[in-house]
Design a protein around this ligand. Structure first.
Ligand code: C2E
Ligand code: CA
Ligand code: CA
Length: 768
């Protein structure tokens, strides 16, 4: 059978060859008719009954074969094994052999017995012609070709030989090449077909695997021809694009696919055009990748590779999760999580983009606002309420600023607004001022109501020369002015502020130098008993004389020190100097040193005080420390503990400027205090303002009940002094009425004067 050398025939191939033997039965019918007609014709010519028998024989063989072939039709060929196939091959072969043998024998009979030229010609012609159909029908089985050919040619060969004629013998010999060529032809056809059957099977296998691979991809795929028609689409592609007609995709143009293939009108016409516009550079080979947004936050990333024939392979994947995550991260960077306003960095990006458009000569307004005393909100109500206050402030600011303005949060309680839609400078200035005004008001959060004001700094510039860095510095300078000179006010930037800024930077540098060179001075202001006869204590007050500017007030340089984080060094300097100077004074005199909020925040502060006391040798009982209420607000418990520690060593603690801050009387009870210094604002109108005087008396009374001594500050006139004395309002008096701040050496002189006065007074009051 058709077994190409050394290679077992695949089962499918053997099947198809056996089936080929049983196909095309019409040729068998035609062959049978030709044979029967020929033999009948020869019979009528030579009147030999042999040919009549041959005629009936071919008809009978045909009928038997036909019946047998019907049997072949009934079997299930796909389930047939090799043995069954072989059996059917043999049955076919037997039938075929019967036919060719009949023809061969008829030829031999005509040549050997009949000797009729027509009979010989007719029989040999029809037999040789049948040889052609042997190849055509039986190429599938080499056995069939060999046996059938032999069946036809064998009797002719022997018939011719038997005549004993030279010419006839040569003719007989020529039968051999006929058989060989017939056999070779069949083999050629068979092998050619064999290769095709194998190739077809292989192609089917490859196509099957390709299909499986394609349909299991996580990416969608379209293979398009040069005209943009779909040649191949995988299942993921139809899923991702929500396509309904997989079958109809093939050969449809991509545009048609997107337009009509989508279920539930996933895209409308405009969107399809938009998608195609985005894909165009990919299809033209100008780009290799593009991100296409679809409705409902659905994103597909397409990548394309061009095929040599001008077509394109489009691969796309669902990147929605990635894009949304990226967007979320970007939002976190761009927008402040608390207020939802743009952060400084993103605000500057937005602003630069807005300003780039439109008339470069138009004015642009930049406004920075800072909530006055916001720290107080945090301190009093906690950070959670503080945060919520910022949220409502941001909301109000956004609403009031309106559509044309951009609002951002710079940091903490600082907000920024940019106006770039105004043409008139005066109108722009008015708008910024009115926004600042409107922001002032009550804000309610968690049932707490706050009256808030904002300090504002503004700057105007032409759009064409706008630089974010530059306007922010200028607006900050203006804001700084508001915060310092005009809390809650509005300051428009002026060029001189730049100079002031530079000036202040210089002042800072100079102050640092002075501190490092110990060029600060300390003066002392006595606190005296109301009769003016005894100095109990002196307050140490720092002084700085600038080499060019002359004296700089402590209000200025203490603030500078605070801004530079140097105030702890100032305290240490004054403390050391005060302790040293105090040692020169009479033993019963103490010295009082002012502390800053930063000192109370410093966990090592108490140790520092102890160290200075040890180094200078001043007894702790001769040192007073003055703290303001602001120092307690942040963490009253911690500060209380630290002061208690100092108090335990003998240091006295005074609360300074009492009555100016938040003045909670409860402080007096809960904090470790020895003295209360009533602020000079209580004394100023002591005669005119009875209410204030009563308040002072109340504080004094309460303090005494709590065991605290009262020092009244800022007593300037004899009148004030008299009033305080007559009502026993003070244990000690500090004020110009007795003494101004003075150098340490002057204190000593004053102490002697006081002592002699005291002696005179003692003599006067002594009984004569
Ligand atoms: P303070 O603690 O209230 O100090 C008292 C201030 O009142 C001193 O001003 C003093 O000169 C002034 N004064 C005293 N008697 C009268 C008076 O009868 N009438 C008026 N109008 N004023 C009077 P000075 O020296 O200008 O100090 C201002 C502030 O600077 C001080 O206020 C204090 O808070 C701060 N300061 C001064 N030296 C230091 C220091 O060494 N460290 C710290 N942290 N702050 C200091
Ligand atoms: Ca003080
Ligand atoms: Ca004071």
């Amino acid at each position: 059978m058709i077994r190409p050398r050394h290679k077992p025939l695949p089962k499918g191939v053997y099947h198809s060859f056996v089936r080929s033997l049983y196909e095309n039965r019409a040729t068998l019918l035609i062959g049978m008719i030709s044979h029967a007609v020929t033999f009948l014709l020869v019979y009528t010519r030579v009147n030999d009954p042999f040919f009549l028998i041959a005629t009936f024989a071919v008809i009978a063989i045909f009928l038997v074969r036909m019946v047998d072939m019907r049997g072949f039709d009934r079997i299930d060929l796909s389930g047939a094994d090799d043995v069954t196939l072989r059996l059917w091959e043999d049955r076919y072969l037997l039938g075929g052999l019967c036919v060719t043998m009949t023809c061969g024998v008829a030829c031999a009979y005509a040549v050997v017995v009949t000797h009729d030229a027509f009979a010989e010609l007719a029989c040999i012609s029809v037999t040789v012609a049948s040889m052609i159909s042997i190849v055509g029908r039986n190429y599938g089985s080499s056995r069939a070709v060999a046996i059938l050919t032999a069946g036809a040619c064998g009797p002719i060969f022997f018939g011719l030989l038997s005549l004993g004629d030279f010419y006839m013998s040569v003719l007989a010999a020529l039968m051999i090449p006929l058989v060989i060529t017939t056999w070779q032809m069949a083999k050629g056809v068979r092998e050619f077909l064999y290769r095709n059957v194998i190739a077809a099977t292989e192609i089917a296998t490859i196509a099957d695997r390709f299909d499986t691979a394609l349909n299991n991809m996580t990416h969608g795929l379209f293979m398009l021809d040069a005209q943009g028609r779909v040649l191949v689409a995988n299942r993921r592609a139809t899923d991702l694009l929500n396509l309904d007609w997989t079958a109809g995709l093939k050969d449809s143009h991509l545009e048609v696919v997107l337009k009509y293939g989508m279920r539930h009108s996933f895209l409308d016409g405009d969107q399809v055009r938009q998608v195609l516009r985005q894909l165009a550079p990919l299809l033209e080979g100008l780009e290799t990748r593009t991100l296409v947004p679809f409705p409902d936050d659905f994103y597909l990333e397409f990548s394309a590779s061009r095929r040599p024939d001008g077509g394109t392979v489009l691969i796309f994947e669902d990147v929605s999760a990635r894009i949304l995550a990226e967007r979320k991260i970007l939002n976190m960077v761009r927008y402040d999580a608390l207020t939802g306003l743009p952060t400084r960095a993103y605000f500057s990006e937005l602003v630069e983009a807005t300003i780039g458009q439109g008339d470069p000569d138009r004015p642009v307004g930049f406004l920075i606002m800072d909530v006055v005393d916001f720290k107080h909100v945090n301190d009093m109500r906690g950070h959670i309420v503080g945060d919520q206050v910022l949220v409502v402030v941001a909301e109000r600011l956004r609403a009031l600023a309106g559509e044309g303005a951009a609002v951002g949060r710079l940091m903490g309680d600082e907000f920024v607004v940019l106006f770039a839609d105004e043409t008139d400078r005066a109108a722009l200035d008015g708008r910024m001022r009115s926004l600042h005004q409107q922001m002032r008001g009550t804000y309610t959060v968690n049932g707490f109501t706050f009256l808030l004001t904002m300090s504002a700094g503004s700057v105007m510039t032409a759009a064409g020369t706008f630089s974010f860095e530059d306007v922010q510095i200028k607006a900050d300078l203006a804001l700084f002015e508001s915060k310092n000179r005009n809390r809650g006010g509005f300051t428009a930037f002026e060029e001189t502020m730049d100079e002031q800024y530079v000036d202040r930077q210089k002042l800072k540098a100079d102050f640092q130098q002075a501190l490092e060179a110990s060029a600060l001075a300390v003066v002392y202001q006595p606190m005296m008993t109301p009769d003016g006869l005894r100095i109990e204590c002196c307050e140490a007050l720092a002084r700085w004389t600038h080499p060019e500017r002359g004296p700089v007030g402590p209000a200025v340089f203490i603030r500078v020190a605070e801004e530079m984080g140097l105030v702890g060094d100032v305290t240490a300097f004054v403390l050391r100097r005060a302790c040293t100077d105090c040692l020169d004074w009479p033993d019963e005199m103490a010295v009082s040193v002012n502390l800053s909020v930063a000192d109370l925040r410093n966990p090592g502060f108490a140790a520092k005080v102890v160290q200075i006391l040890e180094e200078t040798g001043l007894p702790a009982r001769r040192l007073h420390l003055e703290v303001t209420e602001g120092g307690f607000i942040e963490d009253p418990v911690k500060v209380g503990t630290m002061l208690q520690e100092l108090r335990a060593r003998g240091v006295s603690i005074a609360i300074d400027d009492f009555g100016t801050g938040y003045s909670s009387l409860s402080y007096l009870d809960t904090l470790p205090l020895d003295l209360v210094k009533v602020d000079r604002s209580f004394v100023r109108n002591i005669r005119e303002d009875a209410r204030r005087f009563n308040l002072l008396r109340g504080v004094v009374q309460l303090s005494r009940e709590l065991g605290l001594r009262v020092i009244v500050e800022g007593v300037e006139t004899a009148d004030q002094l008299d009033l305080l004395r007559s009502h026993h309002c003070a244990d000690l008096i500090q004020g110009y009425v007795f003494a101004r701040p003075m150098p340490a050496s002057e204190v000593l002189k004053l102490a002697f004067v006081a002592e002699s006065k005291r002696a005179i007074a003692a003599r006067k009051s002594a009984p004569a």
